[in-house]
Design a binder for this molecule. Structure first.
Ligand code: ZN
Length: 271
């Protein structure tokens, strides 16, 4: 089963995650897959609910923020937050520490293009288990503390729109409702959303094109793109693609995958 990001309107985002009981290779693989999806989508955190799994598990890779530098104490030892990245948290429980709340404009991979201010406590302590099941206590502040609060909310079916003040939510309400409607329609019709993919037949080379095409389709799926043109018939069938005309605006696929794979010259067309 392929993993892709679930948008608001998908009921899994409202489910409280089950406790992680097994710390095995499957969990390690899930962590790797989630980090890959998160990087591809240019996010800094991802909760299991966002890829359709209602379990108590999230991953993150939070950069040091110049305005909100993070202080970090792991199991009683102060250290640079960069040393614990990327971070996988199983069964995390957050407690806020006495500190001020502050506003920060948050985004969420399950709400593409929607950002708004959310107030959260500045300093927290989170207890969690790592991929081996070992328990840890992490005290932190700054962007890392905010990201952990956002992701742990997801694990309990709570979304950032629930944390917004009423006037803030009112400003984005229409967009949120539109997203919900599109998501529900997309789930019903088993399609993604808008946008085109174009495979360049001229670059089709035995052995390599298969991988390229598959990767491109995977990225398109992660980005919830509706695929309109595919050069390799077997993919057309597998992905239930449509053959429609191309669009005018174009962006390159390396915008989504940070150029980690050699597919940067093939255009991904948006409509
Ligand atoms: Zn989120």
């Amino acid at each position: 089963m392929s993993l892709y990001i679930r948008y608001f309107g998908d009921s899994v985002l409202r489910q409280k995650g089950h406790k992680i009981e097994k710390f095995d290779d499957h969990l390690t693989k899930l962590s790797q897959d989630m980090l890959e999806i998160m990087h591809t989508s240019e996010g800094i955190g991802l909760a299991a609910q966002q890829i359709g799994k209602a379990i108590q598990f999230c991953v993150m890779e939070v950069p040091d923020h110049p305005e909100y530098p993070t202080t970090c104490i792991l199991d009683g030892k102060p250290l640079s937050s960069s040393l614990i990245m990327p971070l996988s948290l199983a069964n995390p429980v957050v407690k806020t520490l006495p500190s001020d709340e502050y506003y920060y404009e948050e985004g969420c991979l399950s709400f593409p293009g929607i950002n708004a201010d959310v107030a959260r406590p500045e300093r927290i302590v989170v207890t969690y288990q790592d991929l081996d099941g070992v328990e840890h206590t992490l005290e932190c502040d700054g962007l890392l503390a905010r990201c952990i609060q956002h992701e742990v909310d997801h694990l309990n079916g709570v979304l950032f729109i629930d944390r917004m003040e009423k006037p803030t939510f009112a400003e984005i309400k229409k967009e949120v409702q539109t997203l919900k409607q599109k998501t529900i329609e997309g789930i019903k019709s088993s399609k993604g959303q808008i946008v085109f993919l174009f495979l360049n037949e001229k670059k089709h080379q035995a052995g390599k094109s298969h991988y390229r095409g598959e990767f491109a389709l995977r990225v398109a799926h992660l980005l919830h793109l509706e695929i309109h043109r595919v050069a390799i018939p077997k993919y057309s069938q597998a992905w239930n693609c449509h053959h429609l005309s191309s669009s005018k605006s174009t962006f390159r696929i390396n915008a989504g995958c940070r150029g980690r794979l050699p597919w940067s010259t093939t255009p991904l067309r948006m409509g």
